[in-house]
Design a protein around this ligand. Structure first.
Ligand SMILES: [Mg+2]
Length: 347
């Protein structure tokens, strides 16, 4: 089988409801451009994925990726992953760019095999427990209403994105724990808001309140600050979502004793190929590799690997909207059609 076409189609899509991750980071806006990637072959199979951004991603696909992939055998995903990394040496691709290309190749391979992707990757389970991952809301009362809504729908775990201000965030943590009780898993994702001193202060409160993890407390561009944070707090630290370097960078975090849980995922870890490397690396240390973000490719990943616990489901707006459908018991079921189930440019 040979790749004959690599096509990038830019689509402008509505963002409903609009959202923000924390104070200091720009909000989503009402629309976003994305690029639908289609990898076509001489045997009729097409691999599909969605790349964030519009003209920037389309330019990189047309100028660098298509000339590299056309004529190649799409089944050789390891070979193609290294080929794309060679291009990264020149282009320094955005962190979100290579992942979807690898995902499209795996989608194609799974379709050719006639298997849902999670089975081709190994297959650990057909369902994963969902956690509600909130956007940042305006008030504590609003968060409490959102939490009530999530629990009424069978969810048993909630992760907060919040303002990134220690005092205000701590008041929210206390109010939320009091509202949901001790039986619900709570997590906090600071989206890199803090310096070391504030991260220690917040982390100690999260430990007192029994939070399941403290995610990306500090920007992830250095391992040493994380090592120091972990020495000074007991709450489990989840790190490595946004750092470059895929499994080699995660190896540095693990080797430095700088985290308790590691991030994997298709978005920033260069697709399925990179995410699997991280999951297997973590397993060698009996560590969980928690999957970052939702979407069908991440759901297949989370159902393929044994050492992960949940799938992230974004909850935004009020009345709330969930970005992925959950079952009544608060789990998500992976589709059983061949490939990822992602739709192409005809959607
Ligand atoms: Mg995160």
């Amino acid at each position: 089988m040979r790749i004959t076409h690599v096509e990038a189609t830019v689509r402008t899509v509505a963002v409903e409801p609009e959202y923000r991750w924390r104070d200091g980071l720009p909000p989503s806006g009402a629309t976003t451009d994305l690029t639908v990637l289609e990898v076509r072959t001489d045997e009729g199979f097409t691999g599909v994925a969605r790349i964030p951004r519009g003209v920037l991603s389309r330019d990189l696909v047309e100028r660098r990726v298509a000339p590299a992939l056309v004529g190649e055998d799409p089944m050789l995903t390891e070979h193609l992953w290294h080929l794309l990394h060679e291009l990264d040496r020149l282009e320094h691709f955005p962190s979100y760019f290579l992942g979807p290309i690898d995902v499209a190749l795996w989608d194609l391979k799974a379709k050719a095999a006639g298997l849902p992707l999670y089975q081709l990757l190994g297959g650990a389970t057909r369902t994963r427990r969902a956690y509600a991952s909130t956007v940042t809301y305006d008030s504590i009362d609003q968060y409490l209403r959102i939490a009530d809504w999530c629990l009424e729908r069978g969810m048993t775990a909630i992760k907060l994105h919040a303002w990134g201000e220690p005092e205000r965030d701590i008041a929210l943590f206390r109010a939320l724990r009091a509202r949901v009780g001790d039986g619900i898993d709570l997590m906090y994702d600071a989206s890199g808001a803090f310096d070391l001193a504030d991260a220690v202060r917040v982390g100690r409160v999260l430990d007192e309140l029994g939070f399941r993890w403290f995610e990306e407390p500090i920007r992830e561009d250095g391992v040493e600050a994380y090592r120091r944070l972990r020495q000074r707090t007991a709450v489990p630290i989840l790190a490595g979502e946004t750092s470059a370097g895929v499994h080699r960078n995660i190896a540095d975090f693990i080797q430095s004793d700088a985290c308790d849980l590691v991030r994997t995922g298709v978005h920033y870890k260069d697709g399925i190929t990179g995410a699997l490397r991280i999951a297997h690396l973590a397993d060698a240390y009996h560590l969980r590799a928690e999957v970052h973000g939702g979407g069908l490719p991440n759901l297949h990943l989370a159902c393929a690997i044994p050492n992960t616990s949940m799938i992230e489901v974004i909850v935004a707006g009020e009345p709330p909207v969930l970005r992925m459908a959950i079952d009544t018991d608060g789990t998500v079921t992976v589709p059983d059609a061949p490939g990822t189930g992602e739709k192409g440019s005809d959607w």
